[in-house]
Design a protein around this ligand. Structure first.
Ligand code: BGC
Length: 354
């Protein structure tokens, strides 16, 4: 079968290759891959800056934002042939650490976790894969290929859970949220904010185009420019750019007792001058909390699946701005300002959303 593979650490090494059918030892459930989303992490892996092959192998099968359809499952499995499913990305470390032992692998303490399509474990960008039921999440069949948005939604569901848990250290009745960055993570974070009944604001560098329209049709407010210009002192900030200047600007505008969650990974190497004293002073005097958040465990996938099932299908389908056939995979790797989510279609779906 075909799989899109890469030699981690080697830029330009991506290739569609013929690989053996998935081994039965991977799990009793056989899934045919329908679509796989491309994200910033994939682009980093393709650029040779991130990613690790499975032990003893040169090539890693790429792809961690998947949607598939079950082909074979044991009679007692929680999924059945025909179900639309998404595979979880991370696997617990082998020790396991205290968090992985209780299936909170997104909080792995020793860094020995593996991630499908990213770290030492083949991804989902092959025509078929095998898996065990505990790493498979069902999506609402009515979502069709929009179910490919579940992995990024799980990351955002975890971020919102962090915000909620930290917020509840005192009386917590948030009203305003600022999302920095209108990429897929930012827009999905905004969706979950609207679903929580909050007044959502999204800030991005572009001032026109599909991102502004997507924010407006959510009923949220779009801003471009500096955070100071918005006049906001949000109770919640979900940071989705990873850009140092935006992060610091946001940190100094969080409202009293507010929570800011960092989800974007910075590339590093950028130096900017800041008044650390002033930031420290306002964070201490106003009980501001800043928390980092990565990955997602099964609870977050389930929350994400519920959020997608409740979302407007037309809005979700506008997030997928390009669909590229597997044979043309390289077209999926170039991004334009108007791209939100680009998806590689491994097998064009027959159960598409309206
Ligand atoms: C994935 C996460 C993963 C992270 C770091 C992200 O793109 O969505 O699941 O933990 O990359 O590897």
């Amino acid at each position: 079968m075909n799989a899109l593979t890469v030699v981690p650490g080697r830029a330009g090494s991506a290739a569609l290759v013929d690989v053996p059918e998935p081994a039965l030892s991977d799990g009793p459930i056989l899934v045919e891959t329908l679509a796989v989303g491309v994200c910033g992490t994939d682009l980093e892996i393709l650029a040779g800056d991130y990613g690790w092959s499975p032990p003893g192998r040169e090539r890693l099968i790429l792809g961690h934002e998947s949607l598939g359809r079950v082909l074979e499952a044991p009679d007692d499995a929680p999924v059945a042939p025909g179900d639309l499913v998404v595979g979880i990305v991370r696997r617990p470390d082998p020790v396991p650490c205290a968090n992985c032992a209780v299936r909170e692998w997104d909080f792995c303490r020793n860094g020995r976790y593996t991630e499908r399509g990213i770290k030492e474990h083949d991804g989902y960008l092959s025509e078929r894969y095998r898996i065990t039921a505990d790493y498979l999440v069902k999506v609402d069949p009515g979502l069709g290929t929009l179910g490919v948005l579940l992995e990024p939604t799980s990351v955002v569901a975890k971020a919102w859970e962090q915000v909620q848990r930290i917020g509840e250290r005192a009386h917590w009745a948030p009203r305003t949220v600022l999302v920095t960055g209108a990429g897929p993570i930012g827009l999905l974070a905004a969706l979950l904010g609207v679903q929580r009944g909050l007044d959502v604001h999204v800030l991005d560098r572009v001032s026109a185009g599909p991102k502004t329209e997507l924010v407006a049709s959510l009923g949220a407010t779009y801003h471009s420019g500096s955070i100071g210009d918005t006049g906001l002192r949000p109770d919640v900030v979900i940071e989705c750019t990873g850009v140092a200047s935006v992060i610091l600007d946001a940190m100094s505008h969080v409202g009293v007792g507010g929570v800011m969650c960092l989800t974007g990974v910075s590339s590093g190497g950028h130096q900017i001058t800041i008044d650390e004293g002033a930031i420290n002073r306002s964070m201490v005097l106003e009980n501001v909390a800043v928390v980092g958040s990565v990955n997602a465990n099964r609870r977050h996938y389930e929350a994400g699946a519920q959020a997608l099932a409740a979302a407007d299908r037309d809005w979700l389908s506008r997030l997928i701005t390009r669909r590229v056939a597997l044979a043309q995979w390289s077209d999926a790797l170039t991004r334009t300002d108007d791209d939100v989510k680009v998806v590689i279609e491994v097998r064009p779906a027959t159960t598409d959303a309206p």
